[in-house]
Design a protein around this ligand. Structure first.
Ligand SMILES: Cc1ncc(COP(=O)(O)O)c(C=O)c1O
Length: 391
């Protein structure tokens, strides 16, 4: 068998930090231990029945068995426009300001390739979702980090970024509600972002993957609600979290028409659009009453409350996340690193948490815990941790 060498581009891609964690977890599970896995980001609830039913019906339509229109179905783009108007009061032109994506990840990875030339600078939040790094590397661009510090409520401090870096930057990613920190953004922060981006000619990509998940009665803001946002960027939305459709692979980008055109153009060359039956079910999800979304939000909030209370009860000084389905918990002092602490929990309590350093250098000192299992299992996880007498 011949072995073909991978391209330089492929071998330059960042290594998957969490692959080794998955391997460790699998080993422990194979030994027969009851592992509570709070390390992943895979929604645990099924897609709501009315969306599955819409898909079942749509899949029967022979028109959808043909190629989909290259740039996606107009009915889905119109549904996106109605959804943005209804949920956020934002006007979006379905034809020029919406691009249909194979999930949010696809769009996030595509954008640097759409807008950047080799060596161009991209600002990326640290800690942050690792797939931003992949897109930057595929575009042969250069990544500069924006530290997200607890003292700044996990928002980037634009003032503190080196002037040279800001001058060179052409693109930036932000993400609120935030993975991994669970922080949300204020209106003022988005206003500041628009101003910063406008002044320095930086295109903003706001990753709104957790847009539907905000706690304590505070609905997360869309970046596009900010005056001037569409002038300077786009927002990427996904059905994966809002409607538990992670396996369906569908999302969309909304905002600045020149960026939307660039995404569409790249996708013209790479794919034909998402299976139209999925697009029909997705449109149905956006246009139907959002009771399922409200219920999901309540479920995560209730789990959050249980987890945070249990942690505080055992003496773990944690802060509750304001949104997303993650909690970002500090590593106890006696551990040298987030990796050492998560290894300890895995080996001694069979509880999996994601070491913060996997999300970037500034993630060190924290672990990420997912709210993606039942309240009973969350309580049990903390109960097991209590028995280790760390706190
Ligand atoms: C911050 C963030 N952005 C984007 C995504 C991508 O989601 P999807 O590709 O399923 O739309 C995820 C998924 O975990 C995420 O955590």
């Amino acid at each position: 068998m011949k072995i073909y060498k991978q391209s330089e581009l492929l071998t330059s891609l960042p290594k998957q930090f969490f692959a080794s964690l998955v391997e460790k977890v699998t080993n422990i599970m194979e030994q027969g231990h009851d592992v509570i896995n709070l390390g992943q980001g895979n929604p645990d609830q099924p897609t709501p029945a009315h969306i599955v039913e819409a898909m079942e019906k749509a899949v029967q339509n022979p028109i959808y068995h043909k190629y989909s229109p290259f740039r996606g179905q107009t009915f889905l783009k119109e549904a996106v426009s109605l959804f943005y108007k209804r949920e956020y009061g934002v006007d979006v032109d379905p034809q020029s300001e919406v691009a249909i994506l194979f999930g949010g990840k696809a769009g996030l990875v595509e954008v640097p390739q759409c807008l950047l030339n080799p060596g161009d600078v991209v600002l990326v939040p640290d800690p942050g979702y690792p797939d931003y790094w992949s897109g930057v590397e595929l575009a042969r661009a250069k990544m500069e980090v924006m530290p997200l510090l607890e003292e700044n409520k996990f928002l980037p401090n634009y003032e503190s970024l080196p002037k040279e870096v800001v001058k060179q930057a052409k693109l930036m990613f932000i993400n609120y509600p935030n993975n991994p920190t669970g922080a949300t953004a204020s209106e003022e922060f988005f206003e500041e972002t628009v101003q910063f981006a406008d002044e320095h000619n930086i295109c903003v990509v706001h990753d709104f993957a957790y847009g539907a998940i905000g706690f304590d009665g505070k609905k997360p803001k869309s970046f596009l609600q900010t005056k001037g946002a569409k002038e300077v960027g786009i927002e990427i939305y996904t059905f994966s979290k809002t409607f538990n459709m992670a396996g369906w692979r569908v999302g969309f980008a909304v905002g600045n028409p020149s960026v939307i055109e660039a995404i569409n153009l790249l996708q013209d060359h790479m794919y034909v659009s998402v299976f139209s039956a999925i697009q029909e079910a997705a449109a149905h999800a956006l246009l139907s009453p959002q009771t399922c979304v409200e219920e999901l939000n309540e479920l995560y909030e209730s789990r959050r409350n249980v987890l945070i209370k249990a942690c505080l009860d055992i003496g773990w000084k944690v802060t509750a996340p304001a949104g997303s389905f993650f909690a970002w918990l500090p590593v106890p002092k006696q551990f040298d690193s987030s990796q050492a602490f998560s290894d300890f929990l895995l080996e001694n309590a069979y509880v999996v948490v994601a070491p913060g350093v996997g999300f970037g250098e500034y993630g060190e000192g924290y672990v990420r815990v997912g709210l993606l299992t039942s309240e009973e299992r969350l309580k049990e996880a903390v109960e097991r941790i209590k028995k280790l007498n760390i706190f």
